[in-house]
Design a protein around this ligand. Sequence first.
Ligand SMILES: NC(=O)c1ccc[n+]([C@@H]2O[C@H](COP(=O)([O-])OP(=O)(O)OC[C@H]3O[C@@H](n4cnc5c(N)ncnc54)[C@H](OP(=O)(O)O)[C@@H]3O)[C@@H](O)[C@H]2O)c1
Length: 292
Amino acid sequence: MQLKAIVTGANGMLGDSFCPLLENKGYHVVATDIITNARIIKLDIKNLDKTMNVVKREKPGIIFHLAAETDVDKCELNEKHAYETNAKGTENIALCCKELDIPMVYISTGSVFDGEKEDGYTEEDVAGPPVNIYAKSKLEGEKIVKSLLSKYYIIRAGWMIGGYNKDKKFVWKIVELLKTKKEISAVIDKFGTPTFTKDFSKGIYDIITKGEYGLYHSVNNGICTRFDIAKKIIEYLGKKNIILKPVDSRAFPMPAPRPKSEALINHKLSSMGMNNMRTWQEALKEYIEEIK
Ligand SMILES: NC(=O)c1ccc[n+]([C@@H]2O[C@H](COP(=O)([O-])OP(=O)(O)OC[C@H]3O[C@@H](n4cnc5c(N)ncnc54)[C@H](OP(=O)(O)O)[C@@H]3O)[C@@H](O)[C@H]2O)c1
């Protein structure tokens, strides 16, 4: 019998590569998001009744919960919206999984930590206290999933790269800037682990295929700064004569504070012999080749 999965947030950066991967693996994918189009069913996860109706109607064998408010500054400026989407929305999905007694996959973030550990956090490090509202609401989502379910996978990603026309993050911003600018700046005092949506999607699939519930970190290997990434983008684009200035984060004041470090280590995957992630440089190079 064909496996059926509901994917929330299917129209986002990760959904863009995860839904086709799941279909290629033989799943019947019910792709949902807050908007609708030819491929996607409208499902606002904030509404429990409507969410439960869709889930009961579709009767999936698993729910991949990708939907979130991922605009960190928007979350900071509208705490209620952040919690309603990232915490209450996650609770609604968990309640649906409980009702159907099916596993839930919740995608979380390296920003759930306090930001002080520059050499990377493992699954054994205690999360919190997060430094911004986005991360607080995502951590709350983790706590809710753990408290309501036993059949869950919480998979934390790092700085997401990929998404192609859905990309709204750092790599896309730098690529766009380099179309017109000869001089750009990038931050040297924040540390993270890039996570290519293509690699992360495969990683999610491998984890659920293995079938061991629990908490995972899944990022491309290697820790870097935004400056390191910008430098590699310039190199991979083959841009000459670009001046890249190292700056500290005070050069870019933003509504939400960013943790000094949200770098993750795939400790659990390594210990299970399942750390198949490439280095972030290899992943970034492939992404830049594909979009340039
Ligand atoms: N992006 C990152 O750097 C990053 C890093 C670590 C972890 N993550 C996590 O990875 C997951 C996937 O993120 P992503 O990078 O694919 O982000 P994304 O591109 O923003 O995708 C999230 C999708 O969820 C949708 N959504 C927002 N509110 C919703 C609601 N109430 N009901 C249904 N759908 C809703 C969004 O629609 P709108 O675009 O219209 O809001 C968007 O299409 C998220 O759980 C995120 O927290 C992301």
